[in-house]
Design a protein around this ligand. Structure first.
Ligand SMILES: [Fe+2]
Ligand SMILES: [Fe+2]
Length: 126
C-alpha cells in the first residue's frame, strides 16, 4: 500500500471514530462507554501520528518538526482533558465533551496533513 493511501485510510478511520464518539455523546451513553471510545480514539490517533511522522522522516519532509509539535499538542490536549473527566459531575462532564478537540484534529487533517500530501505529490511519491 502506498504512503498516501495509508495516511488517507487512517484519516477515514479517525473520522469514523469521531462520529462514533459524537453519536455516543448525543445518545447520552454512559461515561464508561464514552471513556472507552475516547481511549480508542487517543490510541489510534497516537499510532497514526507515529506512522505519519515516520513517513515524513523517510521522505525528508522539511516541516517535520513543526508538524510533530502540532501532533504532540493535540495529544497532550486530549490527555489533559481526559484527566479531568474523573473529577467533574455529570453536567460538567457533558459540557467538557463539547470542548473535545475533535474539530482541531479535523482541521489538522484538512490543512497540515494536506500540506504534507501536497509535498509527497510534488516529489512524485504516491
Ligand atoms: Fe494525519
Ligand atoms: Fe498530521
Amino acid at each position: 500500500m502506498s504512503d498516501v493511501t495509508i495516511i488517507d485510510e487512517q484519516h477515514s478511520v479517525l473520522v469514523k471514530m469521531f462520529s462514533k464518539l459524537n453519536e455516543a455523546v448525543k445518545n447520552n451513553e454512559s461515561r464508561q462507554v464514552i471513556y472507552q471510545i475516547i481511549d480508542e480514539v487517543i490510541s489510534f490517533t497516537r499510532s497514526h501520528f507515529t506512522n505519519e511522522e515516520q513517513i515524513m522522516l523517510n521522505t525528508t519532509y522539511p516541516e517535520i518538526e513543526s508538524h510533530r509539535k502540532m501532533h504532540k499538542e493535540l495529544v497532550d490536549e486530549a490527555l489533559h482533558l481526559k484527566s479531568k473527566f474523573d473529577y467533574v459531575d455529570e453536567l460538567a462532564f457533558r459540557d467538557w465533551l463539547n470542548h473535545w478537540p475533535l474539530g482541531r484534529v479535523l482541521a489538522h487533517i484538512k490543512y497540515a496533513d494536506q500540506h504534507f500530501e501536497d509535498f509527497l505529490a510534488e516529489k512524485g511519491i504516491e
